[in-house]
Ligand binder design. Sequence first.
Ligand SMILES: Nc1ncnc2c1ncn2[C@@H]1O[C@H](COP(=O)(O)OP(=O)(O)O)[C@@H](O)[C@H]1O
Ligand SMILES: [Mg+2]
Length: 206
Amino acid sequence: MSIIAIVGNKGGVGKTTLSLNVATGLNNRSRTAVIDADPQRSSLQWRAFSESDAVSVYEAEDDLAAQANTLRQDYEQVVIDCPPSVYAPQTNKALEVSNRAIIPVQPSPMDLWATVHILEAVEKARQINTELKPLLVINQLEPRTMLSKLVRDAVSEIGIPVADAMVRRRAVFRSSALEGKSIYDVGRRGDAAVEEIENLIQEILQ
Ligand SMILES: Nc1ncnc2c1ncn2[C@@H]1O[C@H](COP(=O)(O)OP(=O)(O)O)[C@@H](O)[C@H]1O
Ligand SMILES: [Mg+2]
C-alpha cells in the first residue's frame, strides 16, 4: 500500500481540495481512502454530504501508523489530509508513515516562507522514514500574472522537487466541493481540472 500525506504549514493552501480530488482519481485506479487528520475535519464534512459512492474518508486516530496498517487490508492507497502546521504531532506522524509528501503552495510570498519549515519537517521524518519522497505542487495558479512566474522560480529554490503539473485557480474546485462532489463527478465542467489532477497523479505514482 502506498500512503500519500498532503501537508502544509498553513490553512487555505488546498490540502483538503487536493486530498479529496487526488484520492478520487487514485480510487478510479485502485481502492483508495482518505484519512482526515486536520482538526477542522473538512474532508469528513465533505464526505458527510457527498454521495455514497464517493471516496471513503476516515477520522484520524491517534496512532496513525496502526490505523494505516488496518486500512491496508481494504485499500491499496491512503491519502492523509494533514493539519495546517508542521508542528502538529499528526503531521509528523503522517510524514513518518508515508511514501509521498505532497505540499501544495500558493503563488504568494507568505506561502513560500511557510514552506521553509516543511523542508525541516520532511528532513526530520526522512531520518526515520527513508522512503519518503516530497513533492511541491503549485496550486491556485493564475498563469497570466507575473507573480506566478516569479513564484515558480522561487519555489524551485526551496530544495524540494516541484511537480511539473500545476493546478490553476478554477471555480470548479470550489463549486464541486460545495456540491459534495469531486471534480471527476461534474461532467464537462470538470474536464480541465481533471486533466491537471491526472497529471499530478502521474507524477505522484512515479
Ligand atoms: N485550485 C483551486 N482553484 C480554486 N479554488 C481552490 C483551489 N484549491 C483550493 N481552492 C479553494 O481554496 C479554499 C482553501 O482550500 P482548502 O483545500 O480548504 O485548503 P486547506 O485544506 O489547505 O485549508 C477552499 O475554498 C477551496 O475550495
Ligand atoms: Mg483542509
